[in-house]
Design a binder for this molecule. Structure first.
Ligand SMILES: [Zn+2]
Ligand SMILES: [Zn+2]
Length: 172
């Protein structure tokens, strides 16, 4: 889905995306529907996008390695500047120091690739630290049991003797 700048007229253009063909499945698992609400406004060669993206991502917990899902509700704003090659507009000072608080994308064509913007937002939203819950107890480093589901005696034994862990490994 591409939106050309000249399709964005006063008072702006609102687009809803409910299909999910663009979703970066290879980078992020997902369950259920995807919904994006995008509103575009334009000032000549600049387009401002305010977007909301909702999906349910599937991740693997870093701690217990179990899959879990998490609802994502993302709000983002991006400014798109259309600048043709060799355009003297490039030299304008404001473009040399774009405002830090907003993402600015410089386009060589006056059109916005909506699907790639959405895919990019999904990838940015993937949590760096993935935990199935705040209270996840993870796997026992000695016996590998998922401590959310069952308990083990390793910790007590370790306290008695650090060699107990080695002994256990040999038994395996
Ligand atoms: Zn976990
Ligand atoms: Zn254990």
């Amino acid at each position: 889905m591409k939106i050309r700048f000249d399709a964005i007229v006063e008072p702006g253009l609102t687009v809803q995306v409910t299909d999910s063909q663009w979703f970066p499945e290879a980078d992020c698992g997902r369950v259920g529907p995807v919904q994006a609400n995008l509103s575009f406004t334009r000032q000549e060669r600049r387009v401002f996008l305010e977007g909301r993206l909702q999906y349910t991502g599937c991740f693997e917990c870093d701690s217990c390695l179990e899959p879990y899902s998490e609802e994502q509700d993302l709000f983002f704003t991006i400014e798109f500047d259309y600048l043709a090659a060799n355009d003297p507009y490039w030299l304008a000072e404001e473009h040399q120091c774009p405002q830090a608080e907003m993402d600015v994308e410089v386009l060589s064509e006056p059109e916005i690739d909506v699907y790639s913007i959405l895919a990019q937002q999904v990838i940015l939203s993937i949590p760096a630290k993935r935990r199935c819950s705040e209270s996840c107890r993870g796997l026992c480093p000695s016996c590998g049991k998922n401590l959310n589901n069952e308990s083990c005696l390793c910790r007590n034994r370790e306290a008695n003797s650090p060699f107990q862990v080695l002994a256990q490994l040999k038994v395996k």
